[in-house]
Design a protein around this ligand. Sequence first.
Ligand SMILES: [Zn+2]
Length: 268
Amino acid sequence: MKNIIGFSISEPQESKDYDTVRRENVPAVRSLVSVRFPDRGMALTYYNDLFDLEEGDFVFVSGKLAGKLGIVEKVTTRFKINLADYQRVISKATGNIRGSYESILDKMVSFDSEAMTPDEFRSWILPPKGWDKKEGEPEDEIILGDGYELLIPELEQDDDVDRAVLERAFDYCREGKVAYICVHGGTGTAFIEGTEWYEVNFMLDGDSMTEMYCDCPYPGLCKHMLAVAMNLRALIPNFKVSKLDDFVAIDSSRLWNMVAHTTKKITL
Ligand SMILES: [Zn+2]
């Protein structure tokens, strides 16, 4: 059943001025920032020369806490440091959460062109790709043969689909681990939270998924791809628009969590 709750943060009263949007258009301000890591219960100091940071911004850093999302809790521009003593802020989660979303199953779905892009979603879960890559280091590249085609309504009958993997994919769906799916012009991107975050890319044409790619090490059709297929199978029949329309679907609790962290930056 579809439940339209008219969630829209592009309404004038809600989006008068997102600081983050405005600030992202202004030059970086060098600062020394204290960053708290909630799941570690500690705050450490980092050097920032990439962003104009403010208290409450969510950031990724270099060093031993790389990959952990931290919250800026103090910013100072009055400092003199030896750069070698400090790790750095390497990315900042986007505050740009806009568009109208409606609740469909366990997802918030938007058909707006201004809905959260894959890059914007990634900024909340992962540091930028390759930020710690050493010079000359070869990049992992996982390629899946073009022969695979998933017919979404018939996953259970597909000879290429391993039953045990399909069951794990079902668990992933049930546990809300398919955090984000975007389909734009037939090209799909999804983020799945497994033991690590994995990105699945695919083409979607009607009920058919092709050109699938997942950055996990599993050979063949992995649980991440199948979990995305299962999510699409559940979601798309509930769309009131044509299934080929572009859309973004974000796990509901995750989206609300992001909104809760960004709305406090609204300037009224
Ligand atoms: Zn995978």
